[in-house]
Design a protein around this ligand. Structure first.
Ligand code: CO
Length: 134
């Protein structure tokens, strides 16, 4: 079952500049950074009540975020919902015809397990599901 909006991810072409914007101009304190080598992505997190903004940037000019930036510049990249039953939700959604980017959950930021629903299953919006960590 989906529990809450875990984060909203924005793909940014210049990570330091985007961090400056959120931290200094918008006044949302930077909580941390994390790299996810398996997804060729580096991230910066800005918690705000109820959720957080996640800036995503390619680790080495390759991978899915680089492809997104090459195609569209920056922009909203995905929404992520936390679930208390990742495998169960994947199974249920798959039975309803939803398509996923990978066959099963993969490693995400902060040692989490995540899976992405294909945008063509959600009117063009990329949706990530993350297993709630206890
Ligand atoms: Co995410």
């Amino acid at each position: 079952m989906l529990l809450r909006l875990d984060h909203i991810a924005i793909a940014v072409p210049d990570l330091e500049r985007a961090i400056h914007r959120f931290a200094d101009d918008l006044g949302i304190p930077l909580a941390g950074r994390d790299s996810v080598p398996t997804q060729k992505t580096t991230t910066a997190f800005f918690p705000i009540p109820g959720t957080r903004i996640e800036l995503v940037h390619p680790l080495d000019q390759s991978g899915p975020i680089q492809a997104f930036l090459d195609k569209r510049g920056g922009g909203l990249h995905h929404l992520c919902f936390a679930t208390d039953d990742l495998e169960g939700d994947v199974e249920t959604l798959r039975a309803k015809g939803y398509q996923f980017i990978t066959p099963g959950p993969v490693a995400g930021a902060h040692n989490s397990r995540v899976i992405f629903i294909h945008p063509k299953s959600c009117d063009g919006v990329l949706i990530e599901l993350v297993a709630e960590q206890r």
